[in-house]
Design a protein. Sequence first.
Length: 536
Amino acid sequence: MMDQAQFHIRDLHVRFRTQADELHAVKGVSLSVARGETLAIVGESGSGKSQTMLAALGLLASNGVVTGSAMLNGQELIGASEVALDRVRGAKVTMIFQEPMTSLDPLYTIGQQIIAVIRRHRTVSAADAKAEALALLERVRIPDAARRLASYPHEMSGGQRQRVVIAMALANRPDLLVADEPTTALDVTIQSEILALLADLQREMGMAIAFITHDLGIVRRIAKRVAVMRHGEIVESGPVEQVFNAPRHPYTRALLDAEPGGTKEPTPADSPVLLEAQDVRVHYPVKSGFFGRTTQVIKAVDGVSLTLKRGGTIGIVGESGSGKSTLGKAIVKLAPATGMIRLEDRALIPLSRAEMRPLRRSLQMVFQDPYGSLSPRMTVGEIITEGLLVHEPGLTSAARDRRAAEALEEVHLDAALRNRFPHEFSGGQRQRIAIARAMILKPRLVILDEPTSALDRSIQKAIVDLLRDLQRRHGLAYIFISHDLAVVRAMADTILVMKDGQVVEQGESENLIRHPREDYTRRLLAAAMETGFSPC
């Protein structure tokens, strides 16, 4: 296979020079991908899977050093000049990254960016390049493609942006496509569509795909061979069915067992109602014209009602744009809403900002991206205790520091790390910090908005276990917003399924997953099952 491969890596080493010492990130990796084949490279964050491919393509950070060999169609890439690499990258080999918004320039339209890729590597007229860009958008199934050529990235959904990135990657019909976690943060239905699209395009173009992921369910669907990486080394490789059905390495077995499991302990029947919402609506008027007349109303949330008991968890699932995150923000008064939202005996919607402030310690929120929600200029200790400055202003500096240490220990982090900055922590550690920031105020309700979607499966499991433990110890109520049905089932008593701002189905978690009534719910479950979720 190695000698016949379209792309192969031999004995690749990657080292990063730091002020303290040298980090050996990739240690003697060898792998290959043949024409028309998909190789999955799996492992947790920090395993070296992305750095392996970045090194092979000459995209390492400035303090990185690579040795070994990376051959594409007989051409050596390691040690090649920038001029030579520029002729290859974008033409013979392209890369899709996890977050399309960071791959697209916000100042240029979608059409301009695709055209630039085409004309960078081929001599074609502007008109022909535009025609090709339109054909590419149609090929990746962007609705109303001709109009979308003039759209900017922020005007498109996450799934549409990822399709645009795929279109750019395929513009010059590459021999090798490197897909680095391209579906991690996408809803299950969009994830399924993207995987099907890549498979169709691969059959049409015959390209090789190196698919980097931490999601083993996706590996079963898209790849024939898999390489499992840990600490910069390949610990196991082979045909997917062989590796998954009879894993030899303990690490592979641990990855396969890392699915969040179990179910939440039932909430006692006599537990008091903590939160009640009736007919909640969040409508945004769209104004246009010289006089700013309202021409359209976007109904982000449209008549949602729910009841949550103390110690209970409601899971909210749905595709992007279904309104689930907007509902969570409305409950904590971060989005303007009408209807009724009551926390115990207080109606929240009529309250002013000043009247709401004392209640905010009881209503906390944990977001999907902890790195984006943690200030890079503050230490972890300062971040965690920021709320105490507002809600317990009489505390001394020493008392706040002691509370920060206690909060970190409660989320199973070393309290001695509280003087470090967010960038010095892993994704899972940063999410624990975000949870500690919420828990230090001793809230009664925590809204968790996709808190595990960008994390490795084993880290997801650890975060789920942590959240369930905190809930048991403190009697917390959760609203858990997610597109990951495995995580929702492990966390929630009941599930609300949202579509177009409305609840289309709700019920007890296990019963809803096993016996969905609505077609939309069945489609969500079918898409999840295609990437490894089991309703049984």
